[in-house]
Design a protein around this ligand. Structure first.
Ligand SMILES: [Zn+2]
Length: 181
């Protein structure tokens, strides 16, 4: 699932917050708040396994959607960019990494040229930094809504589960494709 082009309220594209997904099996209600950080790290480990598989660099062009490498780059950048949403809702954190220049610009073309091993490293670091920040959130933080949006359902908890689903959904697809199913 490519969320890079979404803007405004994600509820404009899905009818209810964090729906369960038949395609990838993601069930947001089953992920406890205090398990979200660990779940993110598990998904990141799954992505790293795929990106480090031998021969991946020879299969950079995916059809019809992004290749595994491009999707891995996208997951890494989603983890990095999520800090800007958290910053907007909760204020800036010392845990947040500095965003690398160029994230979010002309990404699709650049993604194809990245090195899978390096992407795996960066994805792991980005997920770890985000997981550390999420693990430090208070109950009040999780319930806090985005002041720029009018919908009170759009809390930190909602956005984080939405992000997790994006990562899980893409991971399930990548696993299917890499195993030839
Ligand atoms: Zn899904």
């Amino acid at each position: 699932m490519n969320t890079a082009t979404r803007s405004g309220s994600p509820l404009g594209r899905i009818p209810l917050p964090s729906p369960d997904c038949r395609s990838c099996g993601f069930t947001s209600g089953l992920i406890r708040q205090d398990a979200i950080a660990d779940t993110l790290q598990e998904y990141a480990a799954g992505w790293q396994r795929l990106l480090r598989a031998p021969g991946l660099s020879g299969r950079r062009t995916g059809t019809p959607s992004w290749s595994l490498l491009e999707s891995g780059c996208h997951v890494r950048d989603m983890c990095l960019l999520f800090h800007t949403r958290l910053d907007a809702i909760l204020g800036q954190s010392l845990i947040a990494p500095r965003l690398s220049v160029g994230v979010g610009t002309d990404t699709a073309r650049r993604y194809r040229d990245e090195e899978p091993q390096q992407v795996a490293e960066e994805l792991g670091r980005a997920a770890e930094a985000l997981a550390r920040r999420l693990a430090a959130l208070t109950d009040d933080d999780w319930e806090r809504g985005d002041p720029r949006l009018a919908d009170p359902r759009l809390t930190v908890g909602f956005f984080t589960r939405h992000l997790l689903h994006d990562i899980a959904h893409d991971l399930a697809r990548a696993v299917r494709e890499s195993s030839g199913q």
